[in-house]
Design a protein around this ligand. Sequence first.
Ligand SMILES: Cc1cc2nc3c(=O)[nH]c(=O)nc-3n(C[C@H](O)[C@H](O)[C@H](O)COP(=O)(O)O)c2cc1C
Length: 336
Amino acid sequence: MKTAITELFGIQHPIIQGGMHYVGFAEMAAAVSNAGGLGIITGLTQRTPELLAKEIARCRDMTDKPIGVNLTFLPSFTAPPYPEYIAAIREGGVKAVETAGRSPEQYMPALKAAGIKVIHKCTSVRHSLKAEKIGCDAVSVDGFECGGHPGEDDIPNMILLPRAADELTIPFVASGGMADARSLVAALSMGAAGMNMGTRFIATKEAPVHANVKQALLDADELDTRLVMRALRNTERVLKNKGVDELLEIEREKGARLKIEDIHEQVAGVYPRVMIEGEMNAGAWSCGMVVGLIHDIPTVKELIDRIMAEAEAIIRQRLTGFLDGKFEITAARAVA
Ligand SMILES: Cc1cc2nc3c(=O)[nH]c(=O)nc-3n(C[C@H](O)[C@H](O)[C@H](O)COP(=O)(O)O)c2cc1C
């Protein structure tokens, strides 16, 4: 399958693995890239630009396929040294960067001068148009279903994707709620040129996280995510657990007076405790509603090959079949 996204990034399949804090290590990115997608190392999980340079080098030892790095621009008092992170990316020969959070505008000249393709993750049409205007090569349109930060507009992908298609001239991928071939074909139908997955990639053999995390994804369903930090306008979709219940209780008590300090224990330093130690009740960690569609732990290659084979079957048989008047009683079920 060739789309604007496979051509832009020089990859075989139009599938991207979104940056994920404490998941997007070299092992994860290399597995996705080796399977023909675009694997992405999470820049800020590496505490310094030097460590990012080492992680890129480690990933390069595991794959000779294109890889990307995620740079998340956080609203923080002490900003990470982004120019140095960009230098590490450039010197590591990485040609794709997924930006997220605040606008990457001030870093675009440096990224473009290094010949890096930039895909910015956006939760609204207006942010997508801004990304296009400042020279991003593509957009990852992240619907309300997504794991992580869905923004504050609450528009699900069924609306957001066709809206983006109507307005954008640069290519975009669908992000949030994507799990299988049905997601991919639906995304392509709504105008996207591929899909970005986060949560689904955690439930793979290669994902370098504690086994408890993968089990929690198998055990959970689509009703098990919660939205936290709404009052701070920093909404995050996370997997329900005891720490999150406490957090929500504090949020209920404080209401609009909530301050980030009030929930420090439930949000700060949680990722290493969950992803490395497997402490599943530690607090807030991102997880999408798509968890309801996760029922197995395949290798990344098995997952991507299955998606591509089933997508072909849906397009060539199911959809073309409808046009040819072949009536099907069964729904398009997932194989796993
Ligand atoms: C555990 C986890 C950590 C994430 N960390 C980041 C991050 O550091 N930066 C970022 O831009 N997106 C992050 N995301 C969002 C993903 O890149 C992706 O946009 C999102 O997971 C898509 O929704 P899905 O989970 O429904 O596939 C994270 C998602 C998860 C599940």
